[in-house]
Write a new protein. Structure first.
Length: 386
């Protein structure tokens, strides 16, 4: 095997460690299972052998002392959690890789605390192995040429427009990802951070992210009443991070169900909301109306948009909401996998169970819904009046 694709456990998205610390303090014994889904019409069976080798290499990694010092400097992580990370490693026995129905199949099972850090590097590895096979002549220089052209649209944009890199999971390759961020740091004042902890450390820029869908999904089986699960997830987050990481993800069920649970107290305590499915303009308008209903000035809040964005689409959304509410944009695939003639790969790893009971993601966009248990999905929709 050549040099492994992932060479540091920091080469992951910040929200994974944010959630892992909360799990460490509140749910250390909870068991989960997650599955890989390829939404693209593409067979990935040819990378099975290489993927297994990469998983084996990934399980050998540890956080270095220098990386622990860096994480400590972020003023997010408590000493007991950092001590835990100092001896943490991923266990390859938690991941099964096979071919099912003529497609690559992956399942991750184990304690949530132990397996949560698998998702992001696994997706990045799958994308890179596939791109190496399908597009062997494509390279970072081509990506930079396209990036320079895209950045021309920002020449007349005000300083209140800013965006971050959300591209780790579906990047063309690690090298392309790093070159893109290198260029943005050097040449774009509107670029203000990255979800990738390794790149944030290298460039001394903010690591960005709060929580993912799995946080809300797992709470569906961690509460007494299913209809209370979102509120429990939000309150538990505030318990772990009372004055930091205050952006809440809204679409595990859907925006309307979320806002029904997002009462006056929660609306005040969280600094803003993140959009990840459905029409972004309609979603943002609902958020503004919600804050106004509670007498909260929307200009004291921030909306983060992160659903399949391009720079042009982000600018369009920004201009719509300018002067009404603060906005920021997490751009992923269209930054880190935008090369000539390259077709992006739409893959995810999502939670399917918690403590051996089903969980679901419904979202504001039907194509993003995930649930393997129709009976449970009916129960969930009933609980949230969908």
């Amino acid at each position: 095997m050549q040099k492994p694709i992932i060479s540091s456990l920091l080469d992951t998205d910040a929200y994974k460690l944010n959630m892992q610390q909360a799990i460490f303090h509140h749910y250390p014994e909870v068991e989960v299972a997650a599955e890989f889904h390829c939404r693209s019409d593409e067979r990935l069976v040819d990378i099975e052998k290489e993927l297994k080798a990469e998983i084996r290499a990934l399980s050998q990694l540890r956080f270095t002392s220098d990386e622990i010092v860096y994480l400590s400097s972020l003023d997010l992580y408590q000493k007991d959690y950092l001590d835990f990370l100092s001896s943490f490693s991923l266990n390859e026995e938690n991941v099964s890789v096979s071919i099912y129905d003529d497609q690559l199949a992956l399942q991750i099972k184990g304690k949530w605390l132990d397996v949560i850090l698998w998702e992001v590097p696994l997706l990045a590895i799958i994308c890179e192995l596939r791109c190496n096979t399908v597009y062997p002549e494509s390279n970072a220089e081509q990506a930079i040429v396209l990036l320079k052209d895209k950045l021309l649209s920002l020449r007349s944009v005000g300083e209140d427009f800013h965006f971050v890199d959300f591209g780790t999971r579906r990047r063309f390759s690690k090298n392309v990802h790093h070159k893109i961020v290198d260029h943005l740091v050097e040449h774009c004042s509107h670029f203000v951070g990255t979800s990738n902890l390794w790149l944030a450390k290298q460039h001394n820029i903010p690591p960005v992210g709060t929580q993912a869908h799995e946080w809300f999904q797992a709470h569906q089986q961690l509460t007494g009443d299913l209809s209370d699960s979102q509120q429990l997830a939000l309150h538990r987050w505030l318990q772990e991070y009372p004055d930091k990481l205050g952006i809440a993800l809204t679409d595990c069920i859907n925006m309307d169900a979320f806002l029904n649970d997002f009462n006056h107290y929660l609306s005040q305590e969280f600094t803003g909301l993140r959009h990840d499915s459905g029409d972004p303009i309609n979603w943002g308008e609902k958020a503004i109306q919600h804050y106004a209903r509670f007498g909260i000035n929307p200009m004291d809040k921030t909306l983060i948009f992160s659903d399949g964005l391009t720079l042009d689409k982000a600018l369009e959304i920004h201009l719509h909401f300018t002067g009404r509410i603060n906005t920021s944009f997490g751009i992923g695939t269209q930054l880190t996998c935008h090369l000539p003639e390259v077709k992006t790969l739409n893959i995810v790893i999502k939670l399917i169970s918690c403590n051996e009971k089903p969980v679901a993601k419904i979202s504001d966009e039907p194509g993003k819904s995930i649930c393997k248990d129709d009976e449970y999905l009916t129960e969930l929709k009933k609980a949230f009046n969908i």
